[in-house]
Design a protein around this ligand. Structure first.
Ligand SMILES: Cc1cc2nc3c(=O)[nH]c(=O)nc-3n(C[C@H](O)[C@H](O)[C@H](O)COP(=O)(O)O)c2cc1C
Length: 383
């Protein structure tokens, strides 16, 4: 078995000290205009002291019409100083730093971008309650967006990040291009299984060209969808086979729970406990690792809470394990793992919003949005 505390070298030549990564987590707490807030800097700096091999940031937008959150921007040179502050905080404990970059497409927030600005591969609304129908993107807009991803990656490099991760998971724009449910195009960017891969492929190629060979370049995907007609594990294996043939460093699997392999519904209601839905028997980590066949790293995520969980993900075939909620709930999560003090890990938020913000260094606005989805993070005193 691969020891999660052993080092790892990416294809680009950069190395990390261990196999743990902080998963990308949006704070919804940035300043107007896409600038990092002081609360976010404190939140990152505390978690950066724990010794993760790499930290992945909250997703940063590459185009002002694609915002799904009050998050940081990487769409313009005006964001460079904010990105530098972010990279400094994230690297303050010696970890590699990865900026996640995204566009919301049809799940951009009308309140942030204006309803008339919503655009997507095809005019198909998301299944989220109240979703509006986006307009179909023109091919010149698609080409422009490919360049925007590359420009954002170059900005990340100039700001001092070690790499970027393209957010191709969780129903954001890149995912919308991959899924036959949201991509009904018949041109170069859609129409059959191969052409629906063209957008992520073009984005990854453009980023590598812009940022050079020594920059970490990864992509995050959701390896299956709950809804029929959507992404299947078999199709994802083919997507990853094609992506792994490119000069990229890793493919990150966004899973709810790496053990149960259950796809999440697009219209998942975070306010109620949903029964886990059965997926195919195939283990997604194993299936994707086989398809990738060592050509780049595979990162697994989803309910990794203990050393045994991280080891389980590596045994299934992942090279690296990313942890999200466990590191929100216990900012010193990795330090406790390293000291073999798992009995001291906090496993729930304290009950009060002020305690969460002050004791755990979570931006108050992030606390508000987390508490608005009561089933997302376990909390003392809440069943
Ligand atoms: C508060 C919060 C914000 C998140 N924001 C992002 C994000 O910006 N990009 C992303 O790819 N995933 C995001 N996720 C998903 C996590 O990266 C992770 O995949 C998910 O929480 C499951 O892993 P976990 O069980 O370790 O938390 C977010 C999750 C949480 C809890």
């Amino acid at each position: 078995m691969v020891n999660p505390w052993s080092g790892f070298r990416f294809n680009c030549g950069q190395s990390i000290d261990n196999r743990f990564m902080l998963a990308p987590m949006t704070t919804d707490a940035s300043e107007q205009g896409g600038f990092i807030s002081d609360h976010e800097v404190e939140y990152l700096r505390r978690r950066a002291q724990c010794g993760y091999g790499a930290l992945i940031s909250a997703c940063a937008y590459v185009h002002e019409d694609g915002l799904s959150w009050h998050g940081v921007g990487a769409s313009d040179d005006k964001h460079l100083d904010s990105l530098r502050i972010m990279a400094d905080a994230m690297s303050s404990g010696g970890s590699r730093t990865i900026l996640q970059i995204y566009d919301g497409g049809r799940i951009a927030l009308p309140a942030l971008v204006g309803a008339e600005k919503l655009r997507a591969p095809s005019p198909v609304p998301s299944l989220r309650p109240g979703a509006l129908t986006p307009r179909e993107m023109r091919s010149d807009e698609i080409e422009d967006l490919v360049s925007r991803f590359a420009d954002a990656a170059l900005r990340a490099k100039r700001a001092g990040f070690s790499g970027v991760e393209v957010h191709g998971a969780n129903h954001y724009l890149v995912h919308q291009f991959i899924s036959a449910r949201s991509n009904k195009r018949t041109d170069h960017w859609g129409g059959d299984d191969d052409r629906r891969m063209n957008f992520p492929v073009a984005v990854m190629q453009a980023i590598r060209k812009a940022a050079g060979n020594a920059f970490i370049v990864g992509i995050r995907i959701s390896p299956f969808e709950f809804e029929s007609g959507g992404i299947t594990l078999d199709y994802s294996a083919r997507v990853c086979d094609r992506l792994a043939a490119l000069p990229i460093d890793y493919i990150h699997l966004s899973l709810d729970n790496y053990r149960t392999n259950s796809p999440m519904r697009e219209d998942r209601n975070w306010n109620v406990a949903e029964p886990e839905t059965a997926a195919s028997n195939a283990n997604p980590i194993q299936t994707i690792s086989r398809a990738v066949a060592g050509r780049c790293a595979v990162v697994a995520s989803g309910s990794i809470r203990t050393s045994a969980d991280a080891e389980g993900a590596l045994i299934a075939g992942a090279d690296l394990a990313a942890v999200g909620r466990a590191a929100l709930i216990d900012p010193e999560w990795l330090i406790k793992l390293k000291r073999k003090e798992e009995h001291l890990l906090a496993t729930k938020f304290p009950n009060g919003a002020d305690e969460i913000a002050s004791q755990l260094t979570v931006p108050p606005r992030m606390v508000d949005y987390l508490l608005s989805r009561p089933r997302w993070i376990p909390r003392e005193g809440v069943q």
